[in-house]
Every structure is written in C-alpha cells, then in structure tokens.
Write a protein that binds this ligand. Structure first.
Ligand code: SF4
Length: 196
C-alpha cells in the first residue's frame, strides 16, 4: 500500500474507531445508539421534518425500527406525539424537557465541544473533509441530504413581494415564510443549492 493510500485508509480507521468509542459511551445513559440519534435528529430538524417517515429516512433504517424507537422513547418520557393539523393520520414528534436535558449530557455533545476547541484551520479542514465524504456516501446511496435549510436550493433570503408573511426568509418549495431559527435547521426536503 502506497503512502497516500495509507493516509486515506487511516482516515476511515479513525472515523470507525472514534464512532465505536462514542457509541460505547452512549449506552451509559440507558439509551441505544438509534434512540440517541432520534433525539438528536428531533433537536435539529425543522417543523416540516419531525415525522416518523422523515426520521426513518434520516436514520436510513426500517419502518419497524423507527416505530419501536418512537414507542420506547415515548415510554421513557422523552418524546410526545401530536397529530399534524390537516394531514390525516400524520403525526409530529416533539422532544420533552427531559429529553432536552438529557441531550446536554450526550457524549456527542462533549465531542462537539472538543471539536469547537480545535484551532480554526484544523476545525475548518476537518469539517470540509468530512462533509465531502458524507456528500459522496449520500450520493452513492441515493439518500436524502438532510442539509441545513439556508444551504437549500429552495431557500430565499427574502420572501417574494407578492406573498405576505411576517417571517424574514422564504421556502420556494413549500411556499412559506421561515424565521431565522428555521433557516438553521435540517430539513427532509432539502436539496443542495445548484452550482452557478
Ligand atoms: S428551503 Fe429547502 S430546506 Fe428550507 S424548508 Fe424549504 S425545502 Fe426545506
């Protein structure tokens, strides 16, 4: 194996090893990795993406796994379900205060703080490199991007003049206003912005 190939294999090994260590520490709080991922997803997603279907697509898992995960999180007092207005049997999932408190002791939150302490150049290079790898995997698996709203091709910084909304931004797909908080959340309908 050449030197370049060795370096690149090492990146995959580091990601695998780091993920394994993080996954092992997740069990200490009495939740399994999928349950933690569901809580993190619901903390970051927007109001259009807090459904069991979007959660399944984000987790790249089965309907049965999501349904069991939601049921267990409800039983643990970490999730509540509410009907989605005007959409038949569709439901919205919400984190409880207990879940939000638990997320403050999430092992990955600790890792995020460590990443924040990296020097700027290292942090930016790491973020850019991991984003590229994730993008490639999403593309080869034909998966949904679940990117941040303000990077979506449908995101408009200002609402069109012929629509009335109190919000600062606009979604051209769902034809609705978006506030600043929504613009920073991840979305099941996200499409990467087209290259100019
Ligand atoms: S602009 Fe894109 S990411 Fe934002 S709400 Fe609309 S579809 Fe979702």
């Amino acid at each position: 194996m050449g030197e370049t190939e060795n370096k690149h294999t090492n990146i995959a090994v580091l990601i695998e090893r780091l993920s394994r260590i993080m996954r092992a520490s997740e069990h200490e709080a009495g939740l399994n990795p999928v349950q933690w991922q569901a809580l993190r997803y619901l903390e970051r997603c927007n109001q259009f993406s807090n459904s069991p279907t979007a959660l399944r697509l984000y987790l790249v898992t089965t309907k049965g796994t999501v349904s069991q995960t939601v049921k267990t999180l409800e039983q643990k007092g970490l999730l509540t379900k509410q009907p989605r207005p005007g959409q038949g049997r569709s439901v919205m999932l919400f984190l409880t205060k207990k879940a939000k408190d638990l997320l403050r002791v999430d092992p990955w939150y600790r890792l995020a703080k460590q990443a924040h302490d990296l020097d700027n150049a290292t942090g930016e290079a790491l973020s850019a490199g991991l984003s590229e790898l994730l993008k490639a995997e999403i593309s080869s698996g034909d998966l949904k991007t679940f990117g941040v709203c303000n990077t979506c091709q449908y995101f408009n910084n200002k609402p069109p003049e012929d629509f009335t909304t109190d919000e600062k931004h606009w979604c051209g797909l769902l034809k609705t206003g978006l506030n600043t908080d929504e613009s920073r959340r991840i979305c099941a309908e996200h499409e990467n912005a087209r290259q100019a």
